[in-house]
Design a protein around this ligand. Structure first.
Ligand code: ADP
Length: 504
């Protein structure tokens, strides 16, 4: 039985995993980089070790250092979280060879689904519907013929793709060769592999995914759907479960197909199948994520299950605790990703010191985050500060609740996307539940700054002023020292003075 887990990650996901471990009486080891010395995951863990410099390649992506730390602290298992080494088959294999349990699927399953071509081949073999197209490296001599066979519009995609890189949409034959060349060159520069393939472009699709769990006995169950179509440049912003778009029949068919896909690659642990769904409810396999996903809490909320506990249970070699028939979606959950970014300035990251956090409270609210007053957001990692999740009995109630908690959430000192998220919650298509992956692009004007934001800013100013007042009166306070040192915090003092909100 696993007694101690090293979490090879940082930020909100490291904390979230540790919370489940604590409930289970499992000890935790945090690893951290130089830039994360003051991170909450370090403070929360039973033991913590610095593994290197801020650059991820020197710390969170460094297999040797992580495995060494696991051995030094006698951890039985490593939980990789998401990102970093979570989908790295070599890392899973190395853990196994070192006698450390990797909490995730085995290396072979990861490899089978790792690159897009082998994933497509494996899924076609298992009779899982994939987007019409090819499943081999596309040569330039075949380009036109293959494209005509599939029919325009098509999308050229990098075999090793991820994060929307190496993808080119082609609507006109005359643009084909240029798109092919540029997809290849981006694939080469992003992934060191210029292989591309081609698939049919599905107009205005929905991105809907199915969570599943598999155990070491070959049992697999699905945990229903998540709607993830609110995306900006292929990055998810808001997710909800259940999807307001699909009907129950489609939902169950997708669930069954996801189970089939997972079984085809002998999947162990928690995973997700992403599907594209067209306006006629046809659905197509897009990819499998062989890890816990950022948006997993909404599934937890509607099913009343802790997915991290289930991952650990499976890693202990135990049978799944649920049968498919035991599972039922209850109510509705929405998740908003809270990011430190400037939504008025092309969503540029906004690192800096968080002066004050005032988190929402009350019924149906969950916050998976890691920030605190005075925390300095490092520039080295992504800009997500955490996730705001609400649950309610119906979608309408969940939406009302999300509006309320976004109103309550105050983060000062850095720019965040909270106002932007509020505007999404008010957008007509979102309210109706009728939106596709084109939603953000099509509503970009409406989602930009409006007057109501000014009102909110006034509230923020009031919070800020109160905070500044507090720090300048608090001689012992470290933040006051920051003011004295003329660190960024002093900008607010200037600001407070300008606005007449500050006495000194
Ligand atoms: P990546 O792995 O780079 O994130 P994906 O294959 O997961 O790429 O696709 C990312 C997003 O791109 C999808 O969520 C969808 O919005 C869009 N997309 C990808 N393939 C297609 C397609 N064949 N038709 C329409 N949209 C697509």
């Amino acid at each position: 039985m696993i007694q101690k887990i090293l979490i090879a990650n940082r930020g909100e996901i490291a904390l979230r995993i540790m919370r489940s471990c604590r409930e289970m009486g499992i000890k935790t080891v945090a690893v951290y980089s130089d830039a994360d010395r003051t991170s909450r995951h370090v403070i929360y863990a039973d033991e913590a070790v610095c593994i290197g410099e801020a650059l991820a390649s020197e710390s969170y992506l460094n297999m040797n250092k992580i495995i060494k730390a696991a051995k030094q602290f006698k951890a039985d298992a490593i939980h990789p979280g998401y990102g970093f080494l979570s989908e790295n088959a070599e890392f899973a294999r190395r853990c196994k060879n070192e006698g450390i349990i990797f909490i995730g699927p085995n290396a072979e399953s990861m490899e089978a689904m790792g690159d897009k071509i082998s994933a497509r081949q494996n899924m076609m073999k298992a009779r899982v519907p994939v987007v019409p197209g090819t499943a081999e490296d596309l040569k330039s001599k075949d380009l036109l013929r293959v494209c005509r066979k599939i029919g325009l519009p098509v999308i050229i995609k990098a075999t090793a793709g991820g994060g929307g890189k190496g993808m080119r949409l082609v609507r006109d034959e005359k643009d084909l060769s240029e798109a092919y060349a540029s997809a290849k060159s981006e694939a080469k520069s992003s992934f060191g592999n210029d292989s591309v393939y081609i698939e049919k472009y599905i107009e205005a699709p929905h991105h809907i995914e199915i969570q599943f769990l598999g155990d070491t006995f070959g049992n697999v169950i699905h945990l229903f759907d998540r709607e993830c179509s609110v995306q900006r440049r292929h990055q998810k912003i808001v997710e909800e479960s259940p999807s307001p778009f699909i009907d129950d029949k489609t939902r169950l068919e997708m669930g069954k197909i996801a189970v089939k896909a997972a079984k085809a690659v002998n999947y162990i642990g928690a995973g997700t199948i992403e599907f594209l769904v067209d306006d006629k409810l046809n659905f197509y396999f897009l990819e499998m994520n062989t890890r816990l996903q950022v948006e997993h809490p909404i599934t937890e909320e509607v099913l009343g299950i802790d997915l991290v506990k289930e991952q650990i249970h499976i890693a202990n070699g135990k049978k799944l605790r649920f049968l498919q028939k035991d599972l039922e979606q209850r109510g509705h959950a929405i998740e908003c990703r809270i990011c430190a970014e400037d939504t008025d300035n092309d969503f540029a990251p906004s690192p800096g010191i968080i002066s004050h956090v005032q988190a929402p409270e009350g019924i149906g609210v969950r916050i998976d985050s890691y920030i605190y007053d005075g925390y300095e957001i490092p520039i080295y990692y992504d800009s997500m500060l955490g996730k705001l999740i609400v649950w309610a009995t119906t979608r309408t109630y969940a939406l009302e609740r999300m509006r309320r908690v976004l109103y309550e959430y105050k983060i000062t000192g850095v720019k965040t996307n909270i106002d932007y998220l509020r505007r999404i919650m008010d957008a007509k298509e979102f309210v109706k539940g009728k939106y596709t992956t084109h939603f953000i692009e099509e509503n970009s004007k409406q989602l930009q700054d409006t007057e109501d934001t000014d009102l909110r800013r006034t509230e923020n100013i009031a919070v800020m002023a109160a905070y500044i007042d507090f720090i300048v009166n608090e001689e012992e306070n470290v933040s006051a020292q920051a003011v004295a040192d003329n660190r960024p915090i002093s900008r607010w003092r200037e600001f407070g003075k300008q606005k007449g909100l500050l006495r000194i």
